[in-house]
Design a binder for this molecule. Structure first.
Ligand code: BG6
Length: 315
């Protein structure tokens, strides 16, 4: 993997509480003096905790495997290079559902105080953690299933005003490849039936629960009153918001990504997932997942793609 963009380490400046970064036991943790923090497993580069003022924003199943034996049920798994079960006649066709990004061991590339990106205010206000994955790091099985020379850098930036997660994909090989990507965020809510997902109005979506066909979102808000599995395509609005009891709970701002999946398994699907606990945990979560999943992103040799999200919590 090209390490030329490896960030420089955080240097302490000034007096008083400093931001801190700890990397141990396969996990990176960054903390700001404000009490905001983020935890990222090297397994899948999965963000498993993001706290604002000490309060958790993400939902992680109590039965989630955090030992690298299967993708984490909760947090923010990285879906790459295919979303859902890949079409058998596509180059990704031998890969498992959602690809290998979420169940590969990523490398920790380092941390820096971020001076670029919209969260940055300079100095001690934000910390960026970088993670890398390339073809050479894949399991032998995944290498055979998708034999392309790719390089991923996933940057997780913790700021006082939110969390930014950006995926950078580079084609380091000699032939074009196609991919999809998705940041599969599970957000924690008090009661999903008192929530709506706003900012999807006038958008076309595939309803995977109803008939796998296209529909049009007619209202500006989507209420979750049963199983939801929708792929919204080419969304015009920049921001999708989770609103609880009429108050903004969390904003998901897209950065160079125009698709979003909204998912809640509800009662029956939650019962069928061995790693979903408690079984009524579906009431306390909703997935709003930004990505590029409508068709395929083509990347020629030497080209780079970048896309991600900026999350703002109103806790
Ligand atoms: C969502 C998909 O992104 O992920 C759903 O739209 C899928 O169809 C869900 O059920 C969870 O997938 P998995 O592989 O983590 O169980």
């Amino acid at each position: 993997m090209d390490r030329s963009n490896k960030p420089s380490p955080i240097t302490a400046s000034g007096t008083g509480p400093q931001p801190s970064v700890r990397v141990e036991n396969g996990r990176a943790n960054a903390r700001l003096p404000t009490g905001d923090s983020v935890d990222v497993l090297l397994y899948g580069a999965t963000v498993v905790s993001w706290k604002s003022n000490g309060k958790e924003n993400l939902w992680v199943s109590e039965a989630a495997k955090l030992d690298g034996s299967k993708p984490v049920r909760g947090g923010i798994p990285v879906v790459f290079p295919c979303f859902g079960p890949p079409p058998k006649d596509h180059a990704t066709g031998k890969l498992p559902q959602h690809g290998f990004g979420r169940n590969s061991n990523w490398e920790y590339l380092g941390s820096s105080s971020s001076e670029s990106g919209s969260l940055a205010r300079g100095g001690d206000d934000s910390i960026k953690l970088d993670f890398g994955l390339s073809h050479a790091q894949l399991s032998e099985e995944a290498k055979k299933q998708w034999p392309y020379a790719f390089g991923l850098v996933y940057s997780v930036t913790l700021g006082k005003d939110g969390l930014q997660t950006m995926l950078n994909v580079t084609n380091q090989g000699k032939e074009m490849f196609e991919f999809q990507m998705l940041l599969h965020s599970y957000f924690r809510v008090d009661d999903v039936t008192r929530c709506s997902v706003n900012g999807l109005g006038s958008t076309t979506y595939i309803d995977k629960v109803l008939d796998a066909k296209e529909h049009q979102q007619s209202t500006p808000e989507l209420r979750i009153t049963g199983e939801v599995d929708r792929v919204y395509k080419s969304i015009k609005q920049d921001t999708t918001s989770i609103v609880q009891d009429g108050k903004s709970r969390l904003d998901v701002q897209r950065d160079r990504l125009v698709d979003s999946v909204v998912w809640n398994p509800w009662i029956e699907k939650a019962k069928g997932m061995g790693d979903f606990e408690p079984k009524d945990g579906y009431k306390n979560m909703v997935c709003v997942e930004v990505g590029a999943v409508d068709g395929w992103q083509k990347l020629e040799p030497g080209e780079t793609f970048e896309g991600g999200q900026i999350l703002k919590s109103h806790l």
